[in-house]
Design a protein around this ligand. Structure first.
Ligand code: GLC
Length: 393
């Protein structure tokens, strides 16, 4: 078996092993656990990535996975970041989880809204599924606070990038992974996790690049007007040649270089000149994102870069190691813009790593050492890189 075949087979094994089914109060659910033991519940963006991977092995499961997110949908269209299908959170986790009460069936916060895009890749036309339309309408009505088509988040973990150092200039000691994070959760709980109430209370909100990249992908997948022009208008930094988030109140642009600087590479309608700058000045820059196993979640040039994943009593994610979902998004952009050789090199590095280490949550960008949770479902996206024939355009 070649390394490519080996990682595709391993991806299928991990997905099958993580498959959960059950019934909560008459509602049937099926989804892939992000990692056995460590992450037992259904996470929104993990499920979207798992569905994309499942379509290769068993398309019915891709649909069932996303249908379970829709089964959890509130009547107003909202779908939470985590859905607690089979059991509520344990008491200590309540401090860190964005729940209204301990018995809430899901969190009251979002994750990057890629459901419509994932549906398009794995199932079919999202415009034909009214519940996806209702979900998008909820996001637009509740999170597009300035009417320019871009969404705002009220906590770092709504981006999926929990403890990324780029959030510290905004939330300080209340950032995910810092001791004060439970205070942020408590305050936002008091404000009903309502972005307008958070804004009216003068608390921070962030127009974040990855969330809006996923949003634009979902809008386009649904045949709605793209948000890419607004994203460029608001977050593209022409001087540095990267995308930079914007916080309000105050308009702070956090100056920490992380992989979201180039995440919009996944957008098919990104202006080509911007894509080329992202690739040539940053993604292929050995001082920043061209590590042996690329791309790291934080640029190697940053003082906060922790390629070994960090230590300490609190798990701190997204502070340096390489994740497969972000690598896949970069690879989509490399291929679209004709950087075939560079795309293959990036894929070969990751495939060799996953063949050796298995599907881990993330990897050391210096030598590919496997880190974090084991049998991690969305790392099955390695199959996208290993077998590009079936990849989305
Ligand atoms: C961590 C990650 C988040 C992911 C979750 C479950 O919290 O930061 O992105 O959704 O684990 O895998």
């Amino acid at each position: 078996m070649t390394p490519r075949q080996a990682v595709v087979a391993e991806a299928e094994r991990v997905l099958r092993q993580g498959w959960q089914r059950g019934d909560r109060d008459g509602t049937a659910y099926e989804y892939t656990q992000p990692s056995p033991g460590r992450y037992p519940w259904q996470w929104y963006w993990d499920s979207c990535f798992a569905a994309i991977a499942w379509r290769r092995f068993e398309p019915a499961r891709a649909r069932a996975e996303l249908e379970s997110l829709l089964a959890a949908q509130r009547s107003d269209g909202f779908i939470g970041h985590t859905i607690f299908w089979h059991r509520p959170v344990t008491f200590p986790r309540l401090l860190f989880y964005n729940l209204a009460t301990r018995t809430s069936p899901q969190t009251s916060t979002i994750q990057p809204p890629l459901l419509a895009w994932a549906w398009r890749i794995a199932v079919g036309d999202p415009a034909a599924e009214p519940r996806i339309g209702a979900h998008m309408d909820w996001l637009a009505a509740n999170r597009d606070l300035e009417g320019d088509g871009l969404l705002w988040i009220l906590q770092p973990d709504e981006s999926g990038l929990d403890a990324s150092p780029k959030f510290e200039p905004v939330w300080g000691r209340r950032s995910n992974g810092r001791l004060g994070f439970p205070l942020l959760v408590r305050r936002n709980r008091r404000l009903g996790f309502d972005a307008r109430r958070v804004r009216d209370a003068g608390q921070p909100l962030l127009c974040e690049t990855l969330v809006n990249t996923m949003w634009s992908l979902s809008l386009q997948a649904s045949g709605r007007p793209s948000a890419t022009a607004a994203l460029v208008e608001r977050l593209w930094d022409e001087r540095r040649g990267v995308f930079v988030d914007e916080a309000q109140p105050g308009g702070l642009r956090p100056d920490v270089l992380t992989w979201t600087a180039f995440a919009p590479l996944a957008l098919p309608d990104l202006p080509e000149s911007i894509g080329r700058r992202l690739i040539e000045e940053h993604l292929l820059n050995e001082h920043e994102f061209l590590t042996p196993v690329a791309p790291p979640s934080v640029a190697a040039s940053e003082p906060s870069y922790e390629p070994g994943g960090g230590r300490g009593p609190i798990r701190r994610y997204w502070r340096g190691p390489t994740w497969i979902n972000s690598a896949w998004m970069a690879w989509l952009g490399l291929r679209r813009l004709g950087y075939e050789e560079e795309a293959s090199r990036l894929a070969d590095g990751l495939i060799a790593t996953v063949a050796r280490e298995g599907l881990r949550e993330y990897y050391d960008p210096r030598d590919g050492g496997g880190l974090g949770a084991v049998d991690f479902a969305w790392s099955a996206l390695i199959a996208e890189l290993a077998d590009p024939a079936e990849s989305p355009p």
